[in-house]
Design a protein around this ligand. Structure first.
Ligand SMILES: CC(C)(COP(=O)(O)OP(=O)(O)OC[C@H]1O[C@@H](n2cnc3c(N)ncnc32)[C@H](O)[C@@H]1OP(=O)(O)O)[C@@H](O)C(=O)NCCC(=O)NCCS
Length: 133
């Protein structure tokens, strides 16, 4: 995949904005494994090149990663990638979102996703499992 480096940069910059996650490099092995083994969907813009990516396990519908460059958020890019992934999987998608990631949780709610498994209260760093329409 030629745009792997760009995906890594988008990932790094996003994780640096998540103070609850700690060192972003701790999450590199999982990202690299997903880029190598999962189905990777990339969004490109003619002037900017790669602006977002998603990694999908098509058999389970599980989305490992969804990251949109900060300059391109709220433009429908995340929605578009998820719609393509939903078609590829042929079933509702599932993902885990950090309980503290309020912006992403609001985005999924706006797109009609529902909570499958709620995080336990008072446990920072926990994730919430969501399912798509
Ligand atoms: C979460 C993320 C993927 C959303 O992608 P996006 O391209 O900005 O989302 P879209 O523009 O496609 O928006 C889809 C819907 O969510 C809403 N939405 C998006 N971001 C939102 C926010 N921060 N607050 C409230 N609603 C939001 C949009 O308004 C839109 O709803 P609408 O169609 O009813 O107007 C993106 O913000 C991102 O990459 N964040 C950093 C990484 C991250 O948190 N990834 C998710 C890990 S689980």
């Amino acid at each position: 995949m030629d745009d792997r480096v760009t995906c890594l940069r988008i990932f790094r910059d996003a994780l640096r904005a998540f103070p609850w996650r700690g060192d972003w490099q701790n999450y590199l092995p999982a990202l690299q494994a997903a880029l190598a083994n999962a189905q990777v969907l990339v969004a490109e813009e003619p002037q900017a090149g790669t602006i977002a990516f998603l990694t999908l396990n098509p058999a389970s519908g599980y989305v490992d990663h969804l990251f949109v460059h900060a300059d391109w958020r709220l433009c429908g890019v995340g929605r578009g990638l998820l719609e393509v992934a939903r078609t590829e999987a042929g079933r509702p998608l599932i993902l885990d979102v950090d309980a503290q990631n309020v912006a992403a949780r609001d985005a999924y709610e706006a797109m009609g996703w529902r909570v499958m498994v709620e995080a336990k209260p008072a446990q920072p760093g926990k994730q919430i499992r969501l399912i798509s329409p």
